[in-house]
Design a protein around this ligand. Sequence first.
Ligand code: SF4
Length: 234
Amino acid sequence: MTERISWSGDRVYEALKKSVGYSEDEYVVLVARKISDNPFLLLVSIILSQNTNDKNSIKALKRFVKMVGTSCAEVMKAPRNVIEEAIRPAGLYKQKADTIIRLAHVICKVGEGFLMKAPIEEVRRLLRSVKGIGNKTIDVFLSVARKAPVFAVDTHAMRIAKRWGLVGDRASYEEVSKALLRFFGEDKAEEAHRLLISLGRRYCTARKPRCRECPLRKACPYARRLLQSQSRKE
Ligand code: SF4
């Protein structure tokens, strides 16, 4: 049986808050929230962040706001080449422009207010119907905009949940999402998602994790195994 992290979710959360932390300007979704309370812009920011880092997506988001706007109506009016040029720093800009345009059509039909007022499952169904929008994008949106009881799983959260033994190595997105939600609890899920990204960037990197310096090394089964095998070799 897989060995699990030995601290509770609350203790891990407190340790991460104290030692990892993050600044609001590091996360594209928080930057989008500062610029506008329009939920459509928040979705655009999450689309821009797909397969790139926050630095590039923040740059693209700011250009998008300046050159296109913040609403679905403004996207519908904007020439395609302007949208593409605005979001170029985020990479995959043609593909992302397609998704943003498709999303604008769908959202303009129901109204942006739908995203904040409709039942969570209806919002999920609507967003799922847009090609280019997947589970992670929807969960980030629902947890940030609606404070919904979901845990968005990006590559950092996926890797860390496995290293902590919360799930097996072959767990699916849904299994990891449920396990992290159970571990941290609904009230902490949104912030824990960002703390895991910070942990993944600073310590729990895909290659050569910095377990010796990590604030969770005393609780983490992966660190225990790694440090034991290193000390056997020394
Ligand atoms: S101790 Fe190592 S494996 Fe565990 S969370 Fe920290 S960096 Fe990741």
